[in-house]
Design a protein around this ligand. Structure first.
Ligand SMILES: Nc1ncnc2c1ncn2[C@@H]1O[C@H](COP(=O)(O)OP(=O)(O)OP(=O)(O)O)[C@@H](O)[C@H]1O
Ligand SMILES: [Mg+2]
Length: 497
């Protein structure tokens, strides 16, 4: 094993008297992939912010290459050879890919205060090629998919000689093949002696790359292991502090009721081709498929966020015209998107107001907000979803990534829609909280709600769905009952073979 590169000892950090990190330690060696594990709000991102100078610890020491780490300004980390890809993107959407990669360090012709655009694009193209990415460096970042933006973030850190690379949930938005590419890059970097700190809630992928692991729970250091000396189940137990015997709650007793939604022959300009299916009261309908198969497009078309070129939507036996999300909501459809930033979380206001803003009609009479009711409902979901927050008045921007995701869920759950579409409902959510989300889905179905769940996680599709639609290239390629479905069949139809 390589020599010690970074050592954090006895780290303490609190925000306005609330302790976030206590007695935390971390040991990173050259050339290792080190997983940092813990539930939502355990303190992982905060610890990384300390290592990169974004926040300062209250006490404790970080040593880097044998010296105390002193960072006056986050910009200095490049010089120190530390790179970080944040959980939330940091790219400037109006600049091009190349400009984003080299921001602040543009090559050539700098003396005259003028940047060689050609050189910039050529240099960026080289790095993108190294990542096997087919992205034009001249494109604006705002035109890229979430996955592509994530890869550009990584390209940015590769553009300078990085000795310590921190990846905070890098794969949450990536496709299978992009994950493979990323893991190839990680292997290459490792071979060059780069140390990587890797944060992810996707347990299955850890064994492919991880050498050692540190577990945090509630802001405290729990353990450090060689990955080969432990098991995923043991790690989960250490993370949640109790044994998690099952990943899915037992299916309660419910049965399919009347037809609530009928989608007939829907096509869109972009991708969807003649989509038809039905969904029922008291049913979880899973939608599986590879990234780009058209699952999100389908949800957006039904909800009124995208225009349909042909096709009809029928709700409760009546044909409806849904042209905007507001109309979708009026017809009892809810859509929890896969991207929490676009889902209108307001980072500078508190949890309660975020939940209430989109439910103003429900929790107000004659312009007056029913304050007590609003508080009660907010507290209910804070408890039910285990949102880790000081209280309902905490700013959403100060919550951990996974807890922000839970606030998005709460916003929709208290609307009581008849048809609720979840798009990647557990992305970024820790193993324990996933279980709570699944329980909530069952609660919804028991109350007669039609739950439609789009997910890229096959175990989740198989573990929760009563029926499964598989999509490929904008079409539905299979409609399977839960009993008929297995991993192989779904993959087969998802590849449209
Ligand atoms: N600026 C802040 N003010 C107050 N509390 C904060 C602030 N930043 C973080 N916290 C709190 O610190 C705790 C740890 O957050 P952190 O983002 O480090 O968690 P995490 O382990 O990265 O979780 P996740 O898996 O959800 O991303 C959370 O309870 C969060 O609300
Ligand atoms: Mg985090």
């Amino acid at each position: 094993m390589g020599e010690m590169l970074l050592e954090a000892v006895d780290i303490y950090k609190s925000y306005s008297g609330v302790s976030v990190l206590r007695n935390v330690q971390l040991h990173i060696r050259r050339g290792e992939v080190h997983a940092l594990m813990g539930e939502n709000g355990a303190g992982k991102s905060t610890l990384m912010k300390i290592l990169t100078g974004v926040v300062k610890q209250d006490s404790g020491q970080v040593r880097y290459k044998g010296q105390p780490l002193r960072i006056q300004h986050p910009k200095e980390i490049q010089r120190l050879g530390i790179g970080i890809v944040y959980q939330e993107f940091n790219l400037l959407p109006d600049l091009t890919v190349a400009q984003n990669i080299f921001i602040g360090r543009e090559p050539g012709a700098r003396l005259r205060g003028f940047i060689s655009e050609r050189q910039l694009n050529e240099d960026a193209a080289k790095i993108l090629q190294q990542l096997k990415l087919k992205i034009n460096p001249r494109m604006k970042v705002s035109e890229l998919s979430v996955a592509e933006q994530q890869m550009v973030e990584i390209a940015k850190t590769l553009s300078y000689n990085c000795e310590l690379l921190i990846l905070d949930e890098p794969t949450a938005a990536l496709t299978e093949s992009e994950i493979d590419t990323l893991f190839d890059v990680i292997h290459d970097l490792k071979a060059q002696g780069v140390a990587i700190i890797y944060i992810s809630h996707r347990m299955n992928e850890l064994k492919r790359i991880v050498d050692r692991v540190t577990v945090l729970r509630d802001g405290q250091y729990i353990s450090e292991h060689l990955f080969q000396d432990t098991t995923v189940d043991k790690l989960i137990q250490e993370m949640v502090g109790r044994e998690l015997t099952s990943k899915f709650p037992g299916k309660p007793d419910y049965s399919r009721g009347k037809k609530t939604l009928e989608v007939k022959n829907v096509s869109t300009k972009q991708l969807l081709r003649n989509i038809s299916f039905e969904a029922y009261e008291g049913e979880i309908l899973g939608i599986a498929g590879l990234m780009g198969a058209g699952r999100t497009e389908l949800a957006r078309a039904i909800f009124g966020a995208d225009r349909m070129v042909t096709g009809e939507i029928w709700i409760q036996g009546k044909k409806v015209a849904i042209q905007t999300p507001a109309e979708g909501i009026r017809h009892g459809i809810g859509y929890i998107t896969e991207d929490r930033k676009k889902d209108g979380l307001m980072l500078s206001i508190n949890i309660k107001d975020n939940i209430m803003i989109s439910n103003y009609d429900k929790y107000s009479t004659a312009g007056w907000v029913k304050e007590n009711e609003a508080k009660r409902v907010t507290d209910h979901y804070i408890t039910r979803l285990g949102i880790k927050a000081v209280n309902r008045n905490q700013e959403v921007g100060n919550l951990s990534g996974g807890n922000q995701q839970k606030v998005v869920l709460a916003k929709w759950l208290c609307r009581h829609t008849n048809i609720l579409i979840f798009d990647e409902p557990t992305r970024g959510i820790d193993v324990g909280a996933k279980y709570e989300v699944y329980e909530l889905m069952y609660e919804l179905v028991l109350n007669g709600v039609t739950v439609i769940m789009i997910s890229s996680e096959l175990p989740e599709i198989l573990g929760m769905s009563d029926r499964i639609l598989v999509m490929a290239e904008g079409r539905i390629t299979a409609d399977l009952s839960a009993e008929d479905a297995d991993q192989e069949k779904i993959t087969h139809y998802a590849m449209n073979q």
